[in-house]
Design a protein around this ligand. Sequence first.
Ligand code: B1M
Length: 227
Amino acid sequence: MNEQEIIEKIAFNVIQGRVTEEDEGYDEGLEGQPAVAELVQMVIEQRIDAKKVVVNALTGSMETVGDKFDKGEYLIPDMLASAECVGAAMDLLGPHLADAGVQSKGKFVLATVAGDLHDIGKNIVGIMLKGAGFDVLDLGNDVSSERIVAQVKDTGARYLGLSALLTTTMREMGAIIKTLDEEGMRSQVQVLIGGAPTSQSFADEIGADAYCRDAFHAIDILKQMAG
Ligand code: B1M
């Protein structure tokens, strides 16, 4: 299989929710064919650029899953099966995205805000940041504003990354920035936000330092911030 075929097959299998070759898939009858774990292993063996897999296979396919959910074709368990595929792929790809031995570029606290369970994008961002040399403290998902602010305070982090995927939870980001301000910590930390419903105008509205379209954009912004 060549690079293009492997990438296309990973995307297909994420949409099918197939982690290993034993899984039958959403359309059923696919057992026995290589699935995400086996295909990502081929990526590693063939030294295919792991970033291409993240952008072209994982991120794009989750958008398709979202569209199918929107249309009522997929239910929550189907979304979860696809999410599990991305998690399995990132577990295998993580070490190949990270640049071992890079000197720390600063402490980075990362979290998905309160009420929000979506963590796939945040996890990708965390892996990319570690790869770029940041000392990442990933607090997980559904993290309270109080805990986020306390961790920024305790660690003296220079950067805070917030993720939200729901229009109902993105408002938490503004509340966190307001609390940082009230506690006199706002100038200590650069706040970067991301997640599908967020935008540059939303970042401006809540007083965030930057809006990140994706994980690679976050790295570019951090390079600019570092001067
Ligand atoms: Co949910 N969900 N979901 N979901 N889900 C969405 C977000 C939705 C758009 C689907 C849809 O209707 N089309 C919709 C939101 C609608 C809205 O708010 N307007 C939705 C809904 C409605 C829900 C529930 C309410 C469904 C229900 O229960 N009725 C429920 C809410 C649960 C909760 O959070 N309280 C729910 C649940 C779930 C699952 C648990 C089943 C699962 C999440 C599993 C998990 O994350 N572990 C899930 C999934 C998988 C999705 C979709 C399909 C995929 C999200 C994803 O992982 N994308 C999503 C549809 C979609 O987005 N198209 C959807 C791939 C990921 C790589 O992209 O997260 O955008 P993303 O991250 C990118 C960038 O945004 C950026 O970089 C990342 C990597 O490049 N980025 C950052 C993100 N965070 C950043 C932080 C940074 C920097 C960059 O800081 C520095």
